[in-house]
Design a binder for this molecule. Structure first.
Ligand code: GSH
Length: 309
């Protein structure tokens, strides 16, 4: 028995010697052979990391230099027919104008820490999500444009905003990203030459991402006709709610108008020839008049904020 145990221990030692003896030697040979490649790769990786870090620090320094109580809006570059192609960023900018809060744009990092655009930096603090931003700014700058509304009106405004932002938006994204294959959207930006070369590669990747998102929220599982009907119903509901009023809740523009304007402006100025744009013209034209009213009131400098084609 003891002889067998000794035998086993001896073969384990031999095995360990084989593994740990041979392993470092093959690494040493590999490192010796490709020493210069490894040193170069490590140097490139360290320099790139350092470069990104310095760039990040410089950007942060620039944002912090915007000034006290000046909102830095991180968003996409200006559009050709509309100042901001993102409905949520247009909502935010419209609110900042309504509330008379100073802001500057930063397009160097449009996507924020929650993976979406827009986001803001205010006095060194980052805030993401247009609605959370509006609420934080309202608190900080003591603004409330809805104080005259009844709880019932406030409730309806909340429900309409959520329908528009969380349901209509995604239905319209299905057309923009999957049916139109980003074509209308891409015509809305002045696309730099180098990026235009990468578009044929980027499009299928972005489409796959959009497909996954609408599949996850359930809308992507419906037929085209079903999505179309749902979108039209949302537009009809918004149009009926607005009715003959100047703004969504009456004769005074309130916070919810920023959100509805952000979304409808895209149909009026970016994709007027899409099925949803045509629906607006044919059955919901009060929403077009409304967009023009909002534009005149809050964007007298609209044209100055368009990108040159
Ligand atoms: N709930 C967010 C929605 C923002 C949003 O969906 N932004 C889009 C641009 S319009 C975005 O960042 N999309 C990039 C992505 O989802 O990867 C808000 O209100 O800010």
């Amino acid at each position: 028995m003891n002889a067998m145990r000794r035998q086993l221990n001896l073969s384990s030692v031999a095995m360990l010697q084989t593994i740990f003896g041979a392993f470092p030697q093959c690494i040493t040979e590999f490192v010796d052979g490709s020493k210069y490649y490894i040193i170069t790769a490590v140097a490139i990786a360290v320099t790139a990391k350092l470069g990104f870090y310095v760039q990040k620090q410089n950007r942060r320094k620039k944002w912090n230099a915007a000034g006290r109580d000046v909102v830095v809006v991180h968003t996409f570059p200006r559009g050709i027919r509309i100042p901001n192609l993102s409905p949520f960023a247009l909502k935010l900018e419209t609110y900042l104008r309504m509330a008379d809060i100073k802001y500057v744009l930063d397009t160097s990092q449009p996507i924020g820490y929650k993976g979406k655009s827009p986001w803001i930096t205010l006095n060194g603090e980052d805030i993401a999500d247009s609605q959370l931003i509006l609420e934080a700014l309202a608190k900080k700058f003591n603004k409330n444009f809805s104080s005259h509304l009844t709880p019932e009106q406030l409730g309806v405004a909340q429900a309409m905003r959520v329908m528009a932002e969380e349901h209509y938006f995604w239905c319209n994204e299905i057309w923009m990203c999957l049916k139109d294959n980003f074509n209308t959207l891409l015509r809305g930006f002045p696309v730099p030459f180098l990026l235009s070369l990468a578009i044929p590669i980027l499009k299928p990747l972005l489409a796959r991402r959009a497909k996954n998102m609408v599949h996850a929220n359930g809308l992507g599982r419906h037929t085209d006709q079903e999505v179309q009907d749902m979108t039209y119903q949302d537009l009809e509901a918004l149009s009926a709610w607005l009715g003959k009023k100047d703004y969504c809740t009456g004769d005074k523009a309130t916070e919810v108008d920023c959100a509805i304007f952000g979304l409808m402006a895209q149909l009026v100025w970016v994709s007027p020839d899409s099925p949803n744009g045509r629906k607006l013209r044919e059955d919901c034209s009060n929403l077009i008049d409304y967009c023009n009213r909002m534009k005149e009131k809050f964007w007298p400098d609209w044209n100055d904020n368009l990108a040159k084609n």
